[in-house]
Structure formats: structure tokens, C-alpha cells
Design a protein around this ligand. Structure first.
Ligand code: CIR
Length: 252
């Protein structure tokens, strides 16, 4: 069960962040409305929301998940893989240190939290354009010293591991068709998303509610058939900046 979530509403210069989506420029007012609905949904899941202020030096800082890996016993402060985002983690560390022992990723290691997927006591660590081998190895070794096991998964064609696969409880992964073939995930029950709905693979289970991006009817139907209690949220403006639902909060 999660008790809290840290969020950062998008700053005025949100549209200056990194984007490869080709989906156009996000509407700032709409992004604030969507962010507020996202927070409201987390509130409905019983979480206390800790809202930090956007720092205009970091237009991508609303994607707060990339700055830390939070477990029950400790938090690892990451070292973001893209230079333009390096420093976002400095705002998060003092906040998390009130609740968790702090560990850190050190140079030359780089890790984005979006590459770190927890499934019970096991972690999958995406080695991607943002998380290098050194960062993945540091993460493995910290996790192992706290009793967690982990597997490194090569990530290609998508930004982060969690852009394509997420753990939704009961030994179940929701994932893209490509990732469903991967041997690393063979022991899990899988809910594949159709290729035209691949964005919906980034959804999160929060205290018995499944937060799902709106606009993905086939995935929604499949999840309903599987008994999930769905809360749909429109995050279209964040998608324009390559962000998914999971990256808008740090839940713990
Ligand atoms: C970036 O490229 O870093 C941001 N525009 C999007 C980050 C999304 N984060 C995530 O999926 N964990």
C-alpha cells in the first residue's frame, strides 16, 4: 500500500522540455488541469499528495519519477541520464530524506527512475538511452544490499523500460507485444496491449485502483475483463512531452 506521492506541477516553460513525440506543443493551461486531475485520482486512492514547486531551470521536472527509486526501506536518488535534467534530483533528496534512508547513484553512473520497475521484491532495471550499464550495476548492488533481487533488461525503441511494461499486482505485467516476447518476463502472467495502444502499457496500480491513460478502449476492456478497478486519466499534454502516467509521481 502507498501512503504518499510527491508531485511537481508543470512549470510555465514545460513545453521547453525534451520531446521526440511529434505530437505538438502541450497546452500549458490544459496540462495544469490534467495534473490536478491526476493528483485528485491519487487522492481518491488514499494518498497524501506532497506538491513541490516547479523550478523553471528544469522544464521536465514534472516527470518526478525519474529522480528517485523509492522502496519500503530506502530511496535511491538517481543521476538523470540526460544532461538537461541533471540537477532535478537535488530538489527531491531533502524531501525523501524525511521518510527514507538515502542512497545515491554516483558518476559516471546514470539512471532514470522510469527505467526501474518493481515487481514485489524483484526489480527490472532497464538499460536504456538514459540508464547506462554503470548506473544499472550501481542500482543492482544497492538493491541487493537491501535484500532485493534484480535483472537488467536492454531497452531499445522506447524511452524508458516503464514506457513499455508495468507491474499491476498478482504476478501480472501489462506490456507491449514486443516486450511480451522477452525471456526476462517469462514467469509472469501477461496482459499485452495492442500496438496502436502501446502508450497504455504505462499505467499504475495504486492501492487497488488501476490508473490508466484515457483513450485506449481495447486495453481498458481487457483490464476490466481481468477485474481491475480502473480510474481513467487524460494525460495527453504530458504524452506530447514523452511522459507517461507513472512518471508524474513518486509513490511510497
Ligand atoms: C524526458 O525526455 O526526460 C521527458 N520529456 C519525459 C520523461 C518521462 N519520464 C518517464 O517516462 N519516466
Amino acid at each position: 500500500m502507498f501512503a504518499k506521492a510527491i508531485v511537481i506541477p508543470p512549470g510555465k516553460n514545460f513545453s521547453n522540455g525534451i520531446s521526440t513525440s511529434g505530437l505538438g506543443i502541450p497546452d500549458y493551461t490544459e496540462s495544469l488541469v490534467q495534473h490536478a486531475s491526476y493528483c485528485e485520482a491519487l487522492g481518491r486512492c488514499g494518498l497524501e499528495i506532497i506538491i513541490l514547486k516547479a523550478d523553471l531551470a528544469f522544464p521536465d521536472s514534472t516527470f518526478v519519477e525519474d529522480t528517485a527509486i523509492v522502496t519500503d526501506s530506502m530511496a535511491i536518488i538517481t543521476r538523470p541520464g540526460d544532461q538537461r535534467r541533471r540537477g532535478e534530483e537535488k530538489q527531491i533528496e531533502p524531501v525523501l530524506s524525511a521518510w527514507r534512508k538515502i542512497e545515491r547513484i554516483a558518476a559516471p553512473g546514470c539512471v532514470d527512475g522510469g527505467d526501474i520497475l518493481q515487481a514485489g521484491s524483484h526489480f527490472f532495471i532497464g538499460q536504456s538511452g538514459r540508464t547506462n550499464r554503470e548506473g544499472a550495476d550501481q542500482t543492482r548492488s544497492i538493491l541487493s544490499s537491501y535484500g532485493f533481487t534484480s535483472t537488467i533488461v536492454p531497452v531499445t525503441h522506447i524511452l524508458h523500460l516503464k514506457s513499455g511494461v508495468n507491474y499491476i499486482g498478482d504476478e501480472t505485467l501489462i506490456l507491449t507485444e514486443e516486450l511480451a516476447e522477452r525471456k526476462e518476463f517469462h514467469s509472469f502472467r501477461k496482459i499485452p496491449v495492442p500496438s496502436q495502444e502501446r502508450y497504455a502499457a504505462n499505467c499504475i496500480l495504486v492501492n487497488g485502483h488501476l490508473l490508466l491513460p484515457s483513450g485506449f478502449p481495447e486495453t481498458r476492456e481487457k483490464l476490466l475483463e481481468n477485474g481491475y478497478n480502473i480510474l481513467e486519466i487524460d494525460v495527453s499534454e504530458f504524452r506530447k512531452m514523452d511522459g507517461g502516467l507513472s512518471c508524474l509521481s513518486l509513490r511510497f
